[in-house]
Design a protein around this ligand. Structure first.
Ligand code: ACM
Length: 380
């Protein structure tokens, strides 16, 4: 009788915050890794390897991310799944690069980056900002207002969105930043200004607790969503569950995944996730990316072992809840399917735009046509 071979343990570090300002979403990313690891180990999905996760809580603080990444590396860990805020990724990457290790980063971000030691599975700007700019400028008026949290992602994301909107004949009335952990007064100043300027759309890059407070105060004191909806790349189901449907209804988010997607693969994922973490546990695009990237990693591990992950990753494809995903060899970013959702009265997203096919990641390019630049270099 054939014997089942011994499995070889492989440690993976997991750096998502259970506390602090972005724990509302990072907690779901942590759960997603835990679910994927259980599925993979139960089905021998990584071949003879057994994934052994080490969960640490960096408390939404980039310095803690850096220290915990050092901690993992000193224990011999060479694969880390983690980070939500770009400031956390930027703190972890030098540690990972010095050690020749690998970070799997499952969050949308500002693009214009490549590290040989990072696999990016959240959307780059050509997979979200571009589609949202088209949607905003085609379906709403031309006067836009930007508000973001005070750190790197909102500044960079706003720079890209400004270029896209100006190229579409829009005007950005103001670009404001609030602290990562804003006081009521910080938010009230923004809402007073929005009420005065009467923009057609608000583009928000406010994250975590700040987003929850912004939408809640906007519902109490701001304009109606019909007059001035909020559009975002970051406000997902976990933030909506916290802020409540009264604050969220009628606003829009662009992301490759919404938990309302009718695909059978998604329904199985949602059922498995909720039976493990609670009947109403919210799931967003960041959660889904944290889940599927562990599966992609396991497939690559099965194919060629831990020393050939990067060579083998582009060879594997995974039928993720959003659709088929795979990593592009040149950029180490992921093919993703952009969508735009509008929050309905039950707090779920109605899909108002679906790209239907996965878009090749192109982190250094945003506009599809180079001719778009002619407007800025002397063209008509
Ligand atoms: C982000 O900071 N990349 C959301």
């Amino acid at each position: 009788m054939a014997t089942i071979s011994e499995s070889e343990p492989i440690s993976i570090g997991v750096l998502f915050s259970e506390t602090g300002i972005t724990s509302v979403v990072e907690q779901t990313q942590r759960y997603a890794v835990s679910l994927a690891v259980s599925e993979i180990n139960a089905r021998r999905g990584a071949g003879n390897f057994e994934l052994q996760p080490i969960f640490l809580d960096p408390a939404s603080d980039p310095k803690r991310y850096e220290a915990e990444a050092e901690n993992l590396i000193s224990q011999g860990v060479r694969i880390i799944f983690g980070c939500y805020m770009s400031s956390a990724r930027r703190a972890v990457l030098p540690v990972v690069e010095r050690a020749g290790a690998l970070l799997f980063y499952p969050t949308l971000y500002e693009g214009f980056e490549f590290s040989a030691n990072c696999v990016y599975s959240g959307a780059a700007p050509n997979q979200n900002s571009l589609m949202l700019a088209d949607y905003m400028s085609e379906n709403f008026g031309k006067r836009h207002y930007f508000v973001g949290s005070n750190y790197v992602f909102p500044y960079e994301s706003n720079r890209i969105m400004r270029d896209l909107l100006v190229a579409r004949g829009c005007t950005v009335l103001e670009e404001r930043y609030i602290p990562l952990n804003p006081k009521d007064d910080d938010i009230d100043q923004i809402i007073d200004e929005i009420n005065k300027l009467e923009p057609d759309v608000i583009f928000s890059t406010v994250v975590g607790e700040g987003a929850i407070k912004l939408y809640q105060r906007y519902a109490q004191k701001g304009r109606t969503r019909e007059k001035s909806p909020i559009m975002s790349l970051t406000t997902g189901e976990p933030e909506i569950a916290e802020m409540g449907v009264d604050a969220a209804e009628g606003h829009y988010t662009c992301a490759p995944y919404f938990s309302s997607l009718p695909r059978a693969v998604n329904q199985s994922f949602v059922t498995a996730y909720r039976s493990a973490f609670g009947a109403h546990a919210p799931i967003s695009a960041c959660t889904e990316a944290a889940y599927f990237q562990v599966h992609l990693f396991a497939e690559a591990l099965k194919l060629g072992g831990p020393d050939a992950i990067l060579q083998n990753l582009p060879l594997v494809e995974f039928d993720a809840p959003q659709g088929k995903v795979r990593v592009d060899r040149t950029t180490q970013h992921t093919f993703l399917t952009p969508r735009i959702g509008r929050v309905n009265p039950s707090g779920a997203f109605d899909i108002v735009y679906d790209h239907r096919t996965a878009v090749r990641p192109d982190p250094y390019k945003v506009e599809p046509e180079a001719s778009g630049w002619s407007r800025f270099v002397g063209g008509a």
